[in-house]
Design a protein around this ligand. Structure first.
Ligand SMILES: [Zn+2]
Ligand SMILES: [Zn+2]
Length: 131
């Protein structure tokens, strides 16, 4: 699939990547129908987001259709039209328990999509903690 990718400081490229797969029972795979460009994407491009990982697909604001869900996902199912929250969160860490999900300490939590893990300027995205 095509994915708009952070290559290195100052450089994004549209490249071919494998379609994402479920990695956890709490994941969903979403086929993107629309994704937006955010100023934060430009912050990544300009090197202002040190935790952004080169090689990740950018994009953290998108809508689409659920393709597949993990065995523990209860609130969405294949075929549902969804918006994907920029902040994915575990719901269990100190910050999640106190309502500050943007600071979720999980590797797939907080601003992970399109920053530390592949995001949504692509044909498909894996969404952790889909519920
Ligand atoms: Zn944004
Ligand atoms: Zn958390």
């Amino acid at each position: 699939m095509l994915a708009y990718t952070y290559i290195s400081s100052g450089k994004f490229e549209l490249i071919d990547k494998p379609k994402p797969e479920l990695q956890s029972p709490r994941d969903a795979i979403v086929r993107i129908t629309l994704g937006s460009i955010c100023t934060s994407d430009l912050h990544i491009k300009h090197g202002s987001v040190p935790r952004a990982v080169p090689g990740i697909t950018v994009g953290h604001e998108m809508v689409g259709v659920v393709e597949e869900v993990g065995s523990e996902v209860r609130s969405v199912k294949a075929g549902d039209r969804v918006t994907v929250n920029v902040e994915t969160f575990c719901g269990e860490c100190f910050f999640c328990q106190n309502g500050f999900v943007n600071n979720c300490t999980d590797p797939n939590g907080g601003w992970a999509l399109g920053c530390r893990i592949d995001g949504g300027q692509a044909e498909y995205v894996r969404v952790p903690y889909a519920d």
